[in-house]
Write a protein that binds this ligand. Structure first.
Ligand code: RNT
Ligand code: ZN
Length: 423
């Protein structure tokens, strides 16, 4: 990378943006303060640390591919995390699942996990100035093999999972308290039927009552926040998903908790971006799982595509950067996993930068005055603005690889570290 070239291009870009009323340095300050939660499960194909060599099972989701070098334990995962973060401008968060506790080689079932199993993560986060988010794990477990957890007709199964989620809330609370940053606790369950159910109602009533019982324990919203994530369908739950979008939207609003929208969990013609302003007036905040569905909820690596740009535009235009909590969620086992992380983080930040570099007031004013041709024309012109030069400079100034240097760093880490791991 040629430093002078990057700086000269930035100077020209800054002037071009100034001409349309955008202060690039102000934008970069705002971008620098955005935290994105990076999901641990991309590092090991959603395996977890409960059993050596475990793989994702029984959860309506599927990691595919067998690229070498996946993280096999906590130490490797944390090392991969730091490597990925070293290629991403800004300070971010790590998003962990309950099955990634430090269990010290012991069999700790999901209804027995405790805050102590996560102190290793907390010290690591503290050491590296990172924050943590948390997820209950209600899949890849014999008690989820019927396809039902919190909405099971079997009381014992429901109780087991309620106990798990209650404990996860306490763990999230502990994490938030210790790290001094609200820990977002996301609940996603795989419950549903492969084929046409005759009693849809019973499972939804059971799910609502299980969640109500889980939420009975009052925890400070300063330390942890609960969020529920719905979806349209999954592998093995094609005909009916108990926790659908409508179910959780109603549930979240009626109980005063948050909703998570995963970009892969809607019909391909639905726009998650459009939903933001439809829901925010009633929930105040939202969690988004940034993913890329290819034809379906395929959990491909997030890239700088139209969906991601629209999402970022909605968030920034609505002035809701503080109220939308972004977390990545995908798992591609067919490519370098650290590289997969880095692409998703950088693309999400690029989408945010692209949208922050737009003259929001001018666009809004044109719209308010009914100048729709000018609105469309300006939006088209913006696509040709030198946003890449601003991004490159941002990377340079943040001390992370610029442009293709990223590819070199990922390749070197693969050669020096990942390829030396067994499977
Ligand atoms: C599954 C949901 C959920 C999971 C993670 C692993 O469809 O998107 O968020 O991906 O909990
Ligand atoms: Zn998700």
């Amino acid at each position: 990378m040629d430093r002078d070239r990057v700086e000269a291009a930035f100077e020209m870009a800054s002037n071009a943006y100034l001409e349309i009323g955008v202060d690039v340095n102000e934008v970069l300050d705002r971008l620098g303060n955005i935290e994105i939660s990076l999901h641990c499960w991309q590092a090991d194909d959603v395996g977890g640390f409960e059993h050596p060599g475990a793989s994702l099972s029984g959860g309506g989701i599927q990691a595919t591919g067998n690229y070498p070098g996946k993280a096999r334990n906590l130490v490797e995962m944390q090392r991969d995390y730091l490597e990925a973060f070293s290629m991403v401008p800004g300070k971010h968060r790590a998003n962990i699942h309950a099955m990634y506790g430090d269990f010290g080689g012991n069999e700790i079932d999901r209804d027995a996990i405790e805050p102590g199993h996560f102190t290793t993560w907390i010290s690591w986060a503290r050491e590296h100035d990172l924050k943590l988010d948390f997820n209950a794990t209600l899949f890849s477990h014999p008690k989820a093999s019927s396809g039902f957890t919190l909405s099971s007709r079997d009381r014992n199964i429901r109780e087991f999972w309620m106990e798990h989620v209650k404990r996860c809330r306490i763990i999230a609370d502990d994490i938030g308290k210790r790290l001094g940053s609200t820990c977002f606790h996301n609940i996603w369950i795989p419950d549903g039927y492969k084929d046409i159910p005759v009693n849809r109602m019973v499972h939804r009533e059971l799910l609502a009552s299980s969640l109500d019982e889980i939420l009975e324990c009052n925890l400070s919203k300063q330390h942890m926040r609960d969020s529920v994530e719905g979806k349209l369908f999954g592998i093995g739950s094609e005909a009916y998903v108990v926790g659908s979008h409508d179910f959780y939207l109603s549930y979240a609003i009626s109980r005063g908790i948050l909703l998570t929208m995963d970009m892969g969990h809607y019909h391909p013609t639905e726009s998650v971006a459009d939903k933001i302003s439809a829901i925010l007036p009633f929930t105040g905040e939202l969690l988004i799982h940034v993913s890329r569905g290819v034809r379906w909820d395929s959990d491909h690596v997030a890239i700088l595509n139209d969906e991601l740009v629209s999402l970022a535009e909605e968030i920034t235009r609505a002035g809701q950067l503080e109220n939308i909590h972004l977390a990545l969620d995908y798992f591609d086992a067919s490519i370098n996993r650290v590289g997969a992380w880095v692409i998703g983080m950088r693309s999400t930040l690029q989408a945010l930068l692209y949208s922050l570099l737009q003259p929001r007031e001018t666009l809004d004013d044109l719209e308010a005055r009914g100048k729709y041709f000018q609105r469309l024309a300006l939006l088209e012109e913006l696509k040709k603005m030198p946003f890449g030069a601003v991004w490159d400079y941002h990377c340079l100034a943040s001390g992370v690889p610029v442009g293709m240097d990223c590819i070199t760093q990922v390749k070197n880490y693969e050669r020096d570290v990942l390829m030396k791991r067994g499977s």
